[in-house]
Design a protein around this ligand. Structure first.
Ligand code: 16G
Ligand code: ZN
Length: 526
């Protein structure tokens, strides 16, 4: 306990500063985070002692501006920190300097942690200028033995390595090299089935958001054995992180990153600042921009998987998990044309992940491009049996082998821009599909997102996976009557989990209607 006091004095908390562990962990201007990092290093150590497993700490603020930073903890199976411990995180973060030792002791007592146990913590960071000092503060907080500092990694790489470590290498080696080997090998296996692909078809423009994803794509490239020809933009050599580039910029602005020349029809994708999100796009010959967001990605992937399951004759259920932000057209297409189960959850990866775990195969994506595919243990075993079954016919066997490689190309711990990119590229290759054909699966309803500053966003309370407001009284009725004015319209409001604003979403038959509806609904929020 004396040690806590002495060490923490080197990472003092500004008195009165109060922050909360939210959907994105802690995230704010980097100048306010030194004490938070130290304390999260301590908390990760406690969590590791408690679970007797390796815990991850990732220093990143994802798609936020370069001046910001943040921190998130990764639980033993590579998933997000469990909710009860989010509360401990907030308590430790906000304890004033002279109260910190007591706050730490309280966690130890409540969780009955045996402090004599060993701890192991993996620390990773993105490319922000504040990240080296802040990750050092985390390491200072990991006072225990055996912490491992990975240095520069993407968020999903850190999740992956925590998972590999805790499953004793069953799924792969807990190193960045191991990550590349496994995912690239699976990619090469998958695309073997796509004979005579032209160089044009293998070509992809990647916008690295001037962040960690760009570095890691460069590192990975040679593992792909020329199976993918990447032109990397925004590789961090000159531009600023997330500035007029990256997945969030492209999705929200509905236009390509500034400063990149893209030829009509060329397939492009953008990562966000820590490479856990990806969106695709192209411009057509009329110069019109086409976005293929998380919903289109989920559709492509689930269609592919469903087709393979049918060919393999495997009776496994498959569901797509979305949030209220999913474009209405995507939901209709998935339910009515594709006939897959569709579920809707609250915003935030942990909610989608949790729902997806309930199915043999759960494909989850947020419209913003964060998502992955989860395969149950039973599903993986059935696929493997079939792949190894000497008596199964060629079609079945081929489908099973493709499914097996799909399992291996995917990072199941969390959404991963790099692994999603490999899967998407492989699917397009195997199906001989162009980005235009993919785009044409369904047409997005025009939509608009707005944010509204209010004095207290917590007065808005929602239900039905954030699709309906229950308070303040009258708000939902007002939204309902506004929505009725437009064709194919839908709108909802929710308090942001990462910013002090209320978010408004509207979609309708035309862009004019969607814009008007979003505007009218934002007036109703005041
Ligand atoms: C966080 C979430 C993301 C969600 C976003 C919503 C994780 C890892 N990230 O970035 O999934 O879409 O918050 O932000 O859960 P908002 O609440 O401000 O709209
Ligand atoms: Zn991110």
């Amino acid at each position: 306990q004396d040690e806590v006091l002495k060490q923490s004095a080197l990472h003092p908390k500004p008195a009165g500063l109060c922050l909360q562990y939210g959907t994105a962990g802690f995230r704010t201007n980097a100048k306010q985070l030194d004490h938070i990092m130290f304390r999260m290093g301590m908390l990760a150590t406690l969590r590791s002692k408690k679970t007797q497993a390796t815990i991850g700490v990732m220093v990143t603020a994802s798609h936020n501006p370069e001046e910001d930073n943040g921190v998130k903890l990764v639980d033993p199976m590579g998933e997000m920190l469990t909710p009860a411990w989010e509360d401990y995180a907030t308590q430790l973060a906000n304890a004033e300097q002279d109260d910190l030792a007591r706050a730490v002791k309280e966690v130890i007592q409540k969780e009955a942690i045996d402090m004599s146990r060993e701890a192991n913590v993996f620390v990773g960071k993105d490319t922000r200028s504040s990240s080296p000092a802040l990750s050092q503060a985390v390491i200072d907080g990991v006072s225990a033995l055996g912490g491992h500092n990975y240095g520069l990694v993407t968020t999903p790489q850190l999740h992956y390595m925590v998972w590999c470590q805790n499953t004793k290498g069953k799924y792969g080696e807990a190193t960045v090299e191991g990550y590349y080997r496994k995912h690239c090998q699976a990619y090469v296996q998958l695309t073997k089935n796509a004979s005579n692909r032209t160089d044009d078809q293998k070509h992809l423009c990647v916008d690295g958001a001037n962040g960690i994803g760009a570095l890691k794509v460069r590192e990975m490239e040679h593992h792909l054995q020329k199976g993918l020809q990447i032109s990397l933009f925004n590789d961090g050599s000159k531009g600023k992180l997330n500035h007029q580039c990256g997945a969030d910029f492209v999705k929200v602005q509905q236009k390509p990153p500034a400063d990149i020349e893209i030829n009509p029809g060329e397939r492009c994708c953008s990562f966000d600042g820590d490479a856990d999100r990806i969106v695709y796009y192209y411009t057509d010959s009329d110069g019109r921009f086409h976005l293929l967001d998380g919903d289109k990605i989920a559709t492509l992937i689930s269609t592919f998987l469903k087709e393979l399951l049918t060919q393999a004759g495997l009776d496994l259920n498959i569901a797509v998990v979305q949030t209220a932000y999913a474009n209405g057209s995507s939901t209709l297409y998935l339910e009515n044309t594709m006939k897959v189960i569709v579920k809707c959850t609250k915003t935030g990866v942990k909610h989608l992940h949790h729902e997806a775990q309930k199915f043999d195969i759960g494909v989850y994506f947020e419209a913003n491009g964060h998502g992955t595919v989860l395969f149950s243990q039973a599903a993986v075993e059935k696929i493997q049996q079939l792949a190894e079954d000497a008596n199964s016919d060629d079609t079945k066997k081929r489908a099973a082998l493709l499914l097996q490689s799909t399992v291996n190309v995917i990072n199941q711990t969390v959404g991963d821009a790099i692994s999603d990119m490999l899967l998407i590229e492989a699917i397009l290759a195997v199906r001989g599909m162009t980005v235009q054909q993919w785009d044409a699966m369904y047409t997005d309803l025009p939509n608009r997102q707005l944010k509204v500053k209010v004095s207290d966003r917590r007065v808005i309370d929602t239900t039905d996976a954030e699709r309906r407001a229950v308070s303040p009284a009258g708000l939902q009725d007002a939204i309902d009557s506004l929505v009725k004015k437009y064709r194919q319209a839908r709108s909802f409001v929710r308090p942001s989990g990462t910013e002090d604003v209320v978010r408004v979403y509207a979609e309708a038959e035309t862009q004019e209607s969607a814009d008007a509806l979003a505007h009218e609904v934002s007036l109703a929020v005041y």
